[in-house]
Each structure stands twice: as structure tokens, then as C-alpha cells.
Ligand binder design. Structure first.
Ligand code: ZN
Ligand code: ZN
Length: 377
């Protein structure tokens, strides 16, 4: 099968000459026009076939909402990871715009479809499983092992994934002769339509089970609860994804299992805010302590308490750095820092005595301010 390296592929939107926000109708219109002019029957250019194939592939992806979304998110690689070229073009109504003129679908797409004689079977892949893991900031800082309970499909033990009753074998599907595909041609108003779909009898497998396995009813799968150990790296952050290769759904009989994708959600901390490897916390102090300086106790990660010196004359909003009291650096040595942001509070309910003292202070401060300029002159 001729596979084009995804790096060499042109952007599908560029191929069709449409905007990324184009509607399905606009995409269809663009394809229709391009397909008409570049169809090898009409266009004598030597690269017409390649060009036409490129257009058809771009259209086949963009006209399918699921494939288009995957392409928008992950590009060519995202599409080819999930669908083979065969999957992309299968079930796509090529004959639609050409009628009788476009009878030889196999001629143009022969190598994409693999052709019956030199068909290379694509190894089926099991679906990925998704799981969310909620952690506190402390747990994210510590890391370590976690057990995740999932129920996933495994290869059926009774039939080893074949789906056939032990002692029997799946037979080649008589409907599609083992190709897994069905090609239907119909003529309507002198237009010839060729539709290629997955074989409905064997669901595209190419084989058919006459006596199904009694444990899995022929699916080849059994659903089994699993406890899966996950190693959480210390310092993991909210939204990060852990990928456990081969722990997803099985794909019998010969396919590879999918992956288990664990998304980490770190719950907000009651008083610590994280930014990268650093943590931030706020310490409220009264203005006398801010002016005169003082020592306060600040709660850190994991309940630890650290004494912090507030230097005399500290302004509100000042950040005091505590080295190495932040989060462990993910996949690296050391830790981030903890910043204690000082919040100087203005008192609101003053006692009589406090009011007197403050009045005295105010008087002193104003006197000092009034005297100061006269010293200079
Ligand atoms: Zn079975
Ligand atoms: Zn079949």
C-alpha cells in the first residue's frame, strides 16, 4: 500500500482551498469544483491522478465531522493514527459527481484500497480508555503509586479472542470473500454511483463465525475489572496526561490493545496557589508589624510551619521568597520556591486606647513632615 509520510502531506484545507471555518456545504462545493477540473479523465497533466487522490482524501476527511475534528486537533498524524487511508476512503461515495465517466474507481484508488490481490491487512487497534485522577496539591507534590479501577475489554479467555467456539474456526466471509468490503454500483439518471462500505455480514473483518464462543457471543472480548498501578511523578501539574501503553481496550483477534490515558486533576489548595514549580500564599499582618518588622509563622505544603521575618518597613504586596519550599520540579532535581505575599491590613474596629495611640502617632508623623522642609532651607 502506498503510504504517504504525514510530514510531506499538504494541509487538507489548503488542498481544497477553503477556510478552516468553512461549512460542510462550502467544503462540498470546493471539492466538487476541484474534482471536476482535476479528474484524470478530463485533465491530461501527468500528476492529475495524484492531485485528484489528494483532493478526494482531503474531502473524505473534512466532510466527516469526527475525522475533521481529529484533524483540526492533531493534524495528519492524528488522523492517520486513528484511521488508515483505507478507513478514510471506505464508504465514501466517489462516483457521486461523475456518474458513468467515473466508473473505474479501483483504477484511481486501487493502491489506496490495496486492491484485493495485494491487500495488506491493517492491524486493528483497540480503543483508548480515558480516566480522570483527582489529586490534592500535597499528593501531586509527593507523587508515588496509585491504583486505578477500570473495567476494560480483554481478549476472551475461552476462545483466545477468535470469537469462535473452541474447536471451531472462523470461516472466510462468503459475502465479501474475505475482503471485509462491499462495492455497490447503481445507475440513476445515466449517473453511475459506486459505494464502498464495510461488509455488513462480517463487520469488515472478512471472516465469519458459524458457531460463536458461548462466553463472549462471538465478540472475542470479555469485560474484566482491573486494578492498574500508576506511578505519579512528583511535581505533576493539573491537566497533565499519563499514558499507559497497552492498557486500553483489546482488539481481537490479532490486534494491539489501545492505551489508557489518565488525566490528572489537581484540586485547588485552601491557601497555596501554584504557578509552575512555585507556590504563593498570602500572610495578613497589621500595619504596626509591617512598620516595625516582626516574625510570623507561615503554613507550608504538607502542614509544615516556617518562621518568616518581616523586615521593618515592609509594604503591602511584598513577596518574601522561601527557597525550596515550592513544588518538586517534574523530571528534574530540586524544588521551586514559596512566595509569601504580605497583605498589610488597616484596622477597622479600634479601641479607645488604640485610637489615642494612633492619634498621637498621626500627630508625630505630621509634625515630622512639617518640620522636614524647614531643615533643608
Ligand atoms: Zn470467546
Ligand atoms: Zn464480509
Amino acid at each position: 500500500m502506498a503510504m504517504v509520510a504525514t510530514a510531506d502531506k499538504r494541509d487538507y484545507y489548503e488542498v481544497l482551498g477553503v477556510d478552516r471555518t468553512a461549512t460542510q456545504d462550502q467544503i462540498k462545493q470546493a471539492y466538487r469544483e476541484l474534482a471536476m477540473t482535476s479528474h484524470p479523465d478530463r485533465n491530461p497533466a501527468p500528476d492529475a491522478t495524484d492531485r485528484f487522490r489528494e483532493i478526494a482524501e482531503a474531502y473524505a476527511v473534512l466532510c466527516d465531522p469526527a475525522k475533521r475534528e481529529q484533524y483540526d486537533v492533531a493534524g495528519h498524524a492524528g488522523v492517520s493514527e486513528r484511521w488508515s487511508t483505507e478507513d478514510i476512503l471506505r464508504g465514501f461515495d466517489f462516483g457521486d459527481f461523475f456518474g458513468g465517466r467515473f466508473a473505474d474507481v479501483g483504477g484511481i484508488f486501487g493502491d489506496l484500497f490495496g486492491g484485493r490481490s495485494h491487500r495488506v491487512p491493517v492491524k486493528p487497534h483497540g480503543a483508548d480508555l480515558h480516566h480522570e485522577l483527582s489529586l490534592s496539591v500535597e499528593e501531586a507534590a509527593k507523587g508515588g503509586e496509585r491504583l486505578i479501577s477500570i473495567t476494560r475489554s480483554d481478549r476472551c479467555k475461552t476462545c483466545a479472542g477468535s470469537g469462535a467456539k473452541p474447536g471451531t474456526q472462523p470461516i472466510t466471509c462468503t459475502e465479501c470473500q474475505g475482503s471485509g468490503q462491499k462495492q455497490q454500483t447503481r445507475t440513476e439518471k445515466a449517473m453511475r454511483f459506486v459505494t464502498i462500505t464495510s461488509c455488513a455480514r462480517c463487520f469488515g473483518r472478512g471472516t465469519f463465525i458459524e458457531s460463536p464462543c458461548l462466553s463472549c457471543h462471538g465478540s472475542g472480548l470479555e469485560f474484566v475489572p482491573h486494578q492498574i498501578r500508576v506511578q505519579i511523578p512528583a511535581g505533576i501539574d493539573d491537566g497533565m496526561m499519563l499514558r499507559l501503553v497497552g492498557q486500553g481496550q483489546a482488539a481481537p483477534p490479532a490486534g494491539e490493545p489501545g492505551n489508557l490515558l489518565v488525566r490528572v486533576l489537581v484540586k485547588p489548595h485552601p491557601f497555596l496557589k501554584r504557578e509552575g514549580d512555585d507556590l504563593y500564599t498570602t500572610a495578613a499582618i497589621d500595619f504596626a508589624s509591617a512598620a516595625l518588622g516582626s516574625k510570623i509563622e507561615v503554613p507550608c505544603l504538607g502542614g509544615e510551619k516556617v518562621k518568616v521575618t518581616i523586615p521593618p518597613g515592609t509594604q503591602s504586596g511584598t513577596g518574601l521568597r522561601l527557597r525550596g519550599k515550592g513544588m518538586p520540579r517534574l523530571n528534574a532535581r530540586g524544588k521551586g520556591d514559596l512566595y509569601v505575599v504580605v497583605d498589610v491590613r488597616t484596622p477597622t474596629d479600634l479601641t479607645q486606647r488604640q485610637r489615642e495611640l494612633l492619634n498621637e502617632l498621626k500627630f508625630e508623623m505630621h509634625k515630622k513632615a512639617a518640620v522636614a522642609p524647614s531643615v533643608e532651607t
